[in-house]
Design a protein around this ligand. Sequence first.
Ligand SMILES: Cc1cc2nc3c(=O)[nH]c(=O)nc-3n(C[C@H](O)[C@H](O)[C@H](O)COP(=O)(O)O)c2cc1C
Length: 462
Amino acid sequence: MSDRLHLNLFTMSAVEHVSPGSWTYPGDRSPEYTDTEYWTEVARTAERGGFDAVFFADVRGVYDVYGDDRDVAIERAVQTPASDPQLVVPAMAAATEHLGFTVTRSTTYTHPYQLAREFSTLDHLTDGRIAINVVTSYLESAAENLGLDERMEKEARYDRADEFLDVCYALWEESWADGAVERDREAGRYTDPAKVDAIDHEGEYFSVPGPHGCEPSPQRTPVVYQAGSSDRGREFAAANAEAVFASQPTEEGVREYVTDVTERAAAYGRDPESLKFFIGVVPVVGETQALAEAKHDEYTRHVDVEATLALLSGFLDMDLSELDPDQKVEHIETDAIQGTMNAFTKAQPNRNWTVREVAEFCGLGTTSPTLVGTPELIADELAYWHEEVGVDGFNVKEVVRPDSLTDFVDLVVPELRERGLVPPADADPPGGTLRERLLGEGQSRLRSDHPGVGGAAGRPSE
Ligand SMILES: Cc1cc2nc3c(=O)[nH]c(=O)nc-3n(C[C@H](O)[C@H](O)[C@H](O)COP(=O)(O)O)c2cc1C
């Protein structure tokens, strides 16, 4: 476990991310997501608050599962409209010095050769401050828009994701040897061709001879994030993720998840200490407990319950409009996001959540715990998760933008700094890259025990 806390701002380049209805809160600036100035301001605030990175969620397709119709999602801005987060990162990077950026990309709807090029470019332009959150996508409407008749089944999506990363690792790690780039003006030789190799990948989903078209970037492979809860999702995290997003809302659920993924990672020959576990939290902070609770009441009044149901219907691939709001939520194995289902069933077997209760709970930040209180109380809670449960860091979820971030930075971070859980404002981070921030100085490159190093990603020994 890290000796300090890691912090990501969990956001989306959209009007609404995971708090449906909050954009109607007076003064909320979410509709400015189309402005460069909005994002550069967010980046500067996050950097001032000692955040490691801004983590951009992203989806393809619209939320049209609820009522078998997209109107609620479109009317209430349920993750639509949204724009491409990758394109705003260079502007945010230019406005900051140390802040990292995690960009969500789907292995189902892009090609590894193309993606490897995009992330090498971003890693160059940001001097090694880039991470990728690898997802397999869950909306049927995305499949239809991106060349498939229907969404691939989850097993096949993860098969493709495995092969996808094998190709990327080969391009990022193997294709260009260290020292290939000479930049020898006198000899007129930029690159030594003997040090640039084809990768000759022939697989079930991809045929990529290579070589990679970009010269090696500071981290080569971007820091790999993943958030999967199904059996295959956990296996994928264990093989690939350097930072894992555990979405369970309860302590028992998080403990079980961390232990399970850690054991699976050890079976791949990885040092389990090198995996960093993050959970989502929704802080609602006030100078006094009464002020924090008043703010929470006000935020709750702006939750759009029907829009939340539309969002959850997409997460679960289950039309919640067909259910009685007072009906108990029964566990299903879903082809969409298993973690959302598990959060209210498997993770809490003794509590019978109704559809209405789930929607009300999820209206502020979906499945993550909401922490309401003074800076001291919130710091106590974060310290507990860190020290007692073994979580390395937090994805801080917003309700109102940018107030959720500025409240956290101005009120909670000083308290965390006081306790030594976040480095002082004037401390330089260890090294310049995002991986060094997570793993320590000198560790800009993928660790040698990571399955992505040294050829096709290894599978665990039986
Ligand atoms: C906390 C969390 C955040 C996620 N963020 C995204 C996202 O931004 N975009 C996306 O397409 N999928 C996202 N997902 C979906 C997962 O990465 C994964 O593809 C999906 O959960 C299906 O796999 P699973 O059933 O193994 O969890 C997220 C899932 C979780 C639990």
